[in-house]
Ligand binder design. Structure first.
Ligand code: DGL
Length: 274
């Protein structure tokens, strides 16, 4: 069925990372209503223990689905998806679209057959990543940098703060200066936050690299799933609340965040999810 203004979806991440997917959704389906939930109380996910995260994500998404009643959920976070997709699919019956490192895509397009991946430390060490490599790009050498800092830099870049080029260059060196790193011709963004650092990577990274940002493909996949979902009509004639932006903890610069999410359609500021 076509996307209608009564279609409501929930986009989830630990912070601003999922907004790259929201940006793609806005241009593909302007009438879609989007609720965004950022688990800022536990940001950065990439530095949290797996057990804590798995339990936390399952509880939070179940609560959010109960309150917000989306037709579909996008887990717009690689760190969450590579850990919690199975448990979420067990607990929820609605369609869930995840976001996983674009290793398959990189394997399809790399000429040098040496591919790079930037991700959080948690995603970098997950068996899920090893499996993706074995299943979809086994003939490529995969070089990974699990970064403790890039997600934070992306939060700053999103709020319009300048990120020092040396900081980004240092992180890129951690990828390209590994053994065989100079053979890399394609780098996948394995953390949704990195969408907002892409201009820095393109400017400061080696020339000729193909940078793969999965955000538009995740948005397209979500819209395909939504079209296949038979939707029940709204229960009353009352207008549905418009796009809402929830956080689990207030940001230090609240006012600042409100002005930066407005251009993505969240014009009523943010509120605490409880
Ligand atoms: N945006 C998240 C991801 O895609 C992670 C950032 C964090 O460490 O919280 O992995």
């Amino acid at each position: 069925m076509p996307i209608s203004s009564s279609s409501r979806i929930l986009v989830f991440d630990s912070g601003i990372g999922g907004l790259g997917v929201v940006q793609a959704l806005r241009s593909l389906a302007p009438s879609l209503t989007i609720d965004y939930l950022a688990d800022t109380a536990l940001f950065p996910y990439g530095e949290q223990p797996d057990d804590l995260l798995r339990e936390r994500i399952a509880k939070l998404i179940c609560q959010a689905c109960e309150h917000l009643k989306p037709s579909l959920v996008i887990i717009a976070c690689n760190t969450a998806s590579t850990l919690a997709l199975p448990i979420l699919r067990e607990k929820l019956t609605l369609p869930i679209v995840g976001c996983v490192p674009p290793v398959r895509w990189a394997g399809r397009v790399s000429n040098s057959r040496t591919i790079g991946l930037l991700a959080t430390s948690a995603t970098a060490r997950r068996p899920y990543l090893k499996q993706l490599h074995e299943d979809f790009a086994a003939d490529c050498k995969l070089i990974v940098h699990g970064s403790r800092h890039l997600a934070n830099m992306a939060e700053r870049a999103f709020r319009g703060e300048q990120v020092a080029p040396d900081e980004v260059q240092h992180e890129l060196a951690c990828l390209f200066e590994q053994p065989n790193g100079h053979d890399i011709d394609t780098v996948g963004l394995g953390c949704t936050h990195y969408t907002f650092l892409l201009p820095y990577f393109q400017r400061l990274g080696p020339a000729g690299i193909m940078w793969l940002d999965p955000a538009p493909a995740v948005a397209q996949q979500a819209l395909r799933r939504l079209e296949d979902t038979a939707e029940s009509p709204p229960l009353s004639d009352l207008p549905l609340p418009s796009d809402r932006f929830f956080l689990t903890a207030a940001p230090a610069e609240g006012q600042d965040l409100a002005s930066h999410i407005a251009w993505l359609g969240f014009t009523n500021g943010w509120q605490i999810f409880s």
